[in-house]
Structure formats: C-alpha cells, structure tokens
Design a protein. Structure first.
Lengths: 160, 160
C-alpha cells in the first residue's frame, strides 16, 4: 500500500539494514504550537503559565514531553516513513526527555536502525527496532531519546 | 508550586502509595480531533486516508499512537495531576498500542502507582513509577498500555 503521496515506496524491509542512519533535519519549536498542544493535551502550569514557570525549576514554560515526541514523529514521517513501505508500530520501548524544550529551540533529529526480524504477529511484515534522538542545536543537549519498533512490508509479499 | 487551578495540591509524594489506583474516566475519540492530530504530527495514509485504510489491515482510519498517548495524558492530568504536587517526568519505560483506535471509540483510563523512591537527580522530589491503560469500553480490549515515571514534590520540602 502506497504512502499518501501516491508515489511507490522506495524502502522495503529488505532495504532497511541495521546500522543505517537517517537525518531528520532541524525543526523549530514555535511558541504557538507548543502552547496549543499543552492546552489541548497537557494543561499543567509548567507547560502553560509563564509567571509560575519563571519561578519554577526550568525558568520558563517548557514543552510537554508528548509534544516533543509528536514533533519527533512528524520529522520521522517526513524524512523516513514517506519513503518507506511503512505500516503501524507495535510500541515504544523507551522514551526519555533528558533536558527541557523551550519555545524557539531548534531541534535536530536522527534515527538509526538497531535491529530487524520478520514479524511473528503480522506475516509479510518485518519489525524494525530503531533509536531516535532530538538534539538542541544551540546547546548540543539531547532533549528526546527513544527506542521504538515499527512494521515494514517485505518486498516479496508486495504484488507488482 | 500550585497547579494552574490555583488550588492547593492535595496529594504529595508521601500520599502516593504503591498500589493506589486512579480512575481516569471515559474519553470519546472524535474524528475531528483524531484527524487534526494526524495531519499535524503523523500524516500517514493509515491515519488519514479513508479509502486506502478501508483496504488496509485495520479496515478503517486508525488513530496515531501519539494521539492515543496524548489523550491518555490529558485524562491523567484532569483526574490525577491537577490534584497533586506534580512536577515534570523523566520519561517512559514502555508504551504499547495493542489494538487500533477508531473514531467514535470510548476509552476508559486507569493509572496505578507501582513504585516510589526519592529522586536522586532532583532533591526534594520523589519519583513514582506508574502503570497506565486505556481500554475500549465496547470491546474490552486494551488500546494503550504504558509504564512511566513522574516527579512529585515532598510535603516536608514545601513551605507552609
């Protein structure tokens, strides 16, 4: 099944070798986006209230970790999944937010394939284990680190 | 530091005992919400395209797993964190999406405290390990399962 672009998938399970690294580019975190997400999904004072946050441990409003994870996902879709015969994901094995994210931050993303094997649950698919990071380009600090799995179609299972 | 409501926190680290269970109520997944999230953060065909999804493995458009996680977070904020002296979270140890989520689904949430200990990284805070679930009320199937950590202020560290 093709991605939304309608183009043929370029990368099947067989093309996705452990050790392969994908650059996800750099994403700017805008205040509007960050606050809209927090209002809808994570309305806590340290994600929304500038006055309280100024006196808090991080000195300013910080992004919801789920916003940061979603920003990572979008960069992963735009730079990897649109080029791949990607299916859904069974889950995430680790997700860490080692440093806070602030409005205006520029985050550079990377994904590396750690491991792969045929899926037991879904024949015709392979399961990849991947490591992802987002790094603040100004400070060099990682702000997101994750290890997750994803299903990808095998080439031989896909009709011409 | 108080939650946004301005009310005093009711639950400190000392009140949050392992074994305690919180009911997060039931949330309805609306199509508008689900698609808006996917367009912004996870624009893959199986989260957006009804025609392709009808022929796909899940039979209809399914929610992004990050949307489901964000819906869980909102229910956790509304039912637990607004009543607690909650700080940020260092991360998530497990996040699984064992069954798909569709528009119109009603999801019942629950959180249980698994473990707690004083934080080494942030003195004055305690780290809780919690287990969270979302369950489809019509089918009884779990659609999200997670094990995560959260920081909570200790009562004795908070000035009167």
């Amino acid at each position: 099944m093709p991605p939304l672009s309608g183009s043929e998938p370029l990368w099947f399970y067989e093309d996705l070798h452990p050790g392969r690294v994908f650059d996800l580019g750099v994403v700017e975190v805008t205040e509007t986006d960050m606050l809209a997400f927090a209002e809808r999904f994570d309305p806590q004072w340290y994600h929304l209230d500038p006055e309280l946050s100024a006196k808090g441990p991080f000195g300013a409003v910080t992004a919801s970790g789920w916003f940061t994870a979603s920003v990572f996902m979008r960069a992963y879709v735009d730079n990897v999944l649109v080029h791949a015969a990607a299916d859904a994901s069974p889950g995430v094995e680790e997700l860490r937010w080692p440093a806070p994210v602030y409005a205006g931050d520029h985050l550079a993303g990377q994904v590396e394939i750690l491991d792969r094997r045929p899926s037991e649950a879904r024949p015709g698919l392979g399961t990849l284990t991947l490591a992802g990071t987002l790094t603040n380009t100004a400070t060099g600090r990682q702000v997101l680190r994750t290890r997750f799995r994803g299903w990808f179609a095998m080439r031989e299972e896909t009709p011409e």
